[in-house]
Design a protein around this ligand. Structure first.
Ligand SMILES: [Zn+2]
Length: 330
């Protein structure tokens, strides 16, 4: 009998679900709107219905489903299967989501933060596969990461390790939402890139950015800045160079601390591709210690499905490959 696992990526807007077979191949895929306004109970009902839906669609029976991986945004207590707090999901505080979903479907379930699940995806099936000491960064609206040491994810005491976005890279930099000043996130996240571009425009620098954004500085996105940089726009290039400098400084520090084999960079900001990667590699070569500067810095491979793929890949590892050695039954 073929075995399958399901991977769920819960977001503030959409819930993505995939089915994965024992070989790690994706067999089915669907997304539904989250309808976050319906509160935790409503959203969890939709997660359960979506899992049943993709199983039906692909003719998979309950006996064939070995387990579920679920990525939840915000702070997660994976040992207790709880969503501790999720700023983008109204009412989500101390929700025993693993128990609520697992009880209904009747299979073991593993949960973690959504960025960590995306990191698992890259580690097991993407740009980090085959490596033991890997750091995966997601450069999205904010910055998140997953740190793997000897193949295991390092989470820290309260599961809040890996907040690379809140490392200080500029002591007199702008104030961050975390209360600190000059965090990496103020420069190398999507929001940080947009902030830098708008400030440069306000200082009167000329640029094609306004035109690309339809004449409205409020419509500038990180993608617009990348697009302008690719076309050779000076302001956009300066912003991307500064982004690469601060990112490189943070990664050189990380490389010195952890001596990883690979650093994998994903998320929307990586739409800039080599335009960002090349200068980041240069800064790391200039600033890390001799052995640590050899770290390979590569682009993520799984794209926007990384979260759901990662959740399924982790479930596959836990419940098929390791046959449920750890008991994640709720
Ligand atoms: Zn911060």
């Amino acid at each position: 009998m073929s075995q399958y696992v399901a991977g769920i990526d819960l977001g503030g807007t959409n819930i993505a679900a995939i089915l994965m077979d024992a070989a790690g191949q994706t067999r089915g895929w669907a997304t539904w709107p989250t309808e976050a306004g319906s509160g935790p109970a409503g959203v969890i009902e939709r997660i359960i219905a979506l899992i049943k839906f993709i199983m039906d669609q692909n003719g998979i029976t309950e006996q064939q489903l070995r387990g579920i991986g679920l990525g939840v945004p915000g702070l997660v207590n994976s040992r207790e299967g709880k969503s501790v707090f999720s700023p983008n999901l109204p009412g989500w505080r101390d929700i025993p989501v693993a128990e609520m979903v697992g009880r209904e479907i009747g299979v073991p379930l593993i949960i973690d933060n959504d960025v960590r699940m995306a990191a698992w995806g890259e580690k097991l099936l993407g740009a980090g596969r085959g490596w033991e000491d890997v750091i995966c960064l997601t450069l999205g609206t904010g910055i998140g990461s997953g740190i793997f040491i000897k193949g295991k994810m390092f989470k820290g005491r309260d599961e809040s390790a890996g907040e690379i976005g809140h490392v200080t890279v500029e002591k007199d930099g702008p104030r961050c939402s975390c209360g600190n000043y000059g965090c990496l996130e103020m420069y190398a996240s999507g929001r940080g890139i947009v902030r830098q571009a708008r400030e440069a425009l306000e200082r009167g620098s000329s640029s094609m950015l306004l035109e690309l954004a339809g004449g409205n500085a409020g419509s500038i996105t990180a993608a617009t800045v990348c697009q302008a940089a690719v076309k050779g726009d000076r302001l956009a290039r300066q912003v991307m160079e500064k982004t690469a400098l601060y990112l490189g400084i943070a990664l050189a520090g990380l490389a010195n601390i952890l001596n990883p084999q690979r650093i994998v960079l994903g998320g929307g900001v990586m739409g800039a591709g080599e335009l960002l990667l090349e200068p980041v590699r240069r800064v790391v070569r200039e600033r890390a210690m001799p052995l640590n500067r050899e770290v390979e810095i590569v682009a993520a491979e799984l794209g926007e499905r990384a979260g759901a793929i990662g959740a399924a890949a982790l479930a596959r590892q836990e419940f098929i490959l390791e046959e449920g050695r750890t008991k994640w039954t709720w």
